[in-house]
Design a protein around this ligand. Structure first.
Ligand code: SF4
Length: 354
C-alpha cells in the first residue's frame, strides 16, 4: 500500500510539474506516427539540440513515408551525414519500404506492430505508440533510468537483464494510463532538465524530491549503476588521397561495419599506423597505383571517437599520373561535396575544396 502511495504521488507531482515546465519540440506538437518515428530514430544516441536540424531536414526532404521509401539510399545517407550511426538511416528506409509494400502504406497502430519494423526496439516502439496513440507503454531511456534509479534508490545495473526488467516494470507501474504521452514526455524532460547526469542535479526544484531515496541517503553521485565498462576498440585508418586529371578516387563502404553506404578515399586499415614503406607495399595501395616513382605526403593524424571505437586516421596524398580508375569511382572535385561521407572525410574535404 505504501508503495502504491509513493507511486501515485510520483506520477501526480511529475504531471503537475510538466504542465508548467514542458520542453517544446516540433515532434511533440504532432501525433503523426511517421514524424514521431523519424524523431525517435534520430534522437537515439543523439542530443535533442543536435537532432533538431536533422529532424527538420528529414521532414522537409521526405515529408511522407512514400518519399522516404522511394528516395535513393545515397540521398537518405547524405541527409543523415554527420549524425552518425548510419544504420539508423538505412533501417528507416527499409522500414518505410516494408510499410509500403507489406502493410499497404498503413503505419502500425500498436506496440507489437512497431516492433516488426527494422530498427525499432522496445524503447522506440513504446515512444511511438504512446506519443501517436496515447497507448500506455512506458519509455525507458537514459533520462528515465537516471530519474528512477535515484528517486527509488535502485542500484541494479541499468545494462543488466535484471535491471532492465526492474526499471521497465516500475516505469509501467508509474505511467498514467490515460495520459501516457504526457507521462513519458514529463519523465524524460525531468531527466533532461532537472535530474541531470551530473552529480549535482537541481534537487531543490525537483517536483519529486520529497520521496527521493538518493537525495535522502546521499547517493546521487552513485546512481544509476552500470556494470559493463565500454571497451574501446582502436582502429587505424590510412586514407589514400589519389587523383587524376578527372577527379579523386573514391569507393563506397559496403561491408557491415561503421559508415556502411558512405563514400571514402581508398582505405587501408591495420593494427597500428604503417610506415610509408609498408603502406606503399600494401596490396590495396598497389590497387590504387603501381607507380614506382610516386611521391607520398603524409598528413597529420586525426582521432575520431565513436561509442565503442576510436578511429585513428591519416590521409596520404599520392602524387602520380598512374592511378587505377577501373576499380574505384573517379569523382570530380566539384562533385565531392554531394557524396555522403563520414564526418572525418567531410572535415578533410573542407580543406581541399574551396
Ligand atoms: S530529488 Fe534530485 S536526485 Fe532525486 S529525482 Fe529529483 S533531481 Fe533527481
Amino acid at each position: 500500500m505504501l508503495e502504491l502511495t509513493a507511486i501515485n504521488l510520483f506520477t501526480k507531482n511529475l504531471l503537475e510539474w510538466h504542465k508548467k515546465n514542458k520542453r517544446s519540440f516540433p515532434w511533440k506538437e504532432t501525433s503523426d506516427p511517421y514524424k514521431i518515428w523519424l524523431s525517435e530514430i534520430i534522437l537515439q544516441q543523439t542530443r535533442v539540440e543536435q537532432g533538431l536540424p536533422y529532424y527538420l531536414k528529414m521532414v522537409k526532404l521526405f515529408p511522407t513515408i512514400k518519399h522516404l521509401a522511394s528516395a535513393k539510399e545515397d540521398e537518405v545517407l547524405k541527409a543523415w551525414q554527420g549524425l552518425g550511426y548510419y544504420s539508423r538511416a538505412r533501417n528507416l528506409q527499409s522500414g518505410a519500404k516494408y510499410i509500403l509494400e507489406e502493410l499497404n502504406g498503413k503505419l502500425p497502430e500498436n506496440y507489437d506492430g512497431w516492433l516488426k519494423i527494422k530498427g525499432v526496439g522496445p524503447y522506440a516502439a513504446a515512444a511511438i505508440v504512446s506519443f501517436a496513440y496515447n497507448l500506455p507503454h512506458a519509455v525507458v531511456d537514459g533520462n528515465v533510468y537516471r530519474v528512477l534509479a535515484r528517486n527509488f534508490g535502485i542500484d541494479l545495473p541499468i545494462d543488466s537483464t535484471e535491471g532492465k526488467k526492474k526499471f521497465s516494470n516500475l516505469a509501467n507501474k508509474l505511467i498514467a494510463k490515460k495520459e501516457a504521452a504526457l507521462f513519458n514526455q514529463a519523465i524524460m524532460d525531468l531527466g533532461a532538465t532537472v535530474c541531470k547526469p551530473s552529480s549535482s542535479p537541481l534537487c531543490k526544484v525537483c517536483p519529486v524530491n520529497e520521496n527521493c531515496v538518493a537525495l535522502k541517503k546521499n547517493m546521487i553521485a552513485f546512481l544509476p549503476v552500470k556494470s559493463k565498462k565500454i571497451v574501446l576498440r582502436n582502429r587505424f585508418f590510412h586514407y589514400i588521397v589519389a587523383k587524376n586529371e578527372t577527379g579523386f578516387l573514391m569507393e563506397k563502404r559496403k561491408e557491415n561495419d561503421i559508415w556502411k553506404g558512405l563514400y571514402q578515399f581508398p582505405l587501408i586499415e591495420s593494427e597500428k599506423f604503417l610506415s610509408l614503406v609498408n603502406l606503399s607495399a600494401h596490396p590495396t595501395f598497389k590497387k590504387v597505383t603501381n607507380d614506382k616513382n610516386l611521391k607520398i605526403t603524409a598528413g597529420k593524424k586525426f582521432v575520431y571517437l565513436l561509442s565503442h571505437q576510436k578511429i585513428h586516421a591519416k590521409f596520404f596524398l599520392v602524387s602520380t599520373d598512374k592511378i587505377n580508375s577501373k576499380i574505384y569511382s573517379v569523382i570530380k572535385k566539384i562533385h565531392l561535396k554531394k557524396l555522403a561521407v563520414p564526418k572525418i572525410i567531410e572535415h578533410y574535404l573542407k580543406n581541399i575544396i574551396h
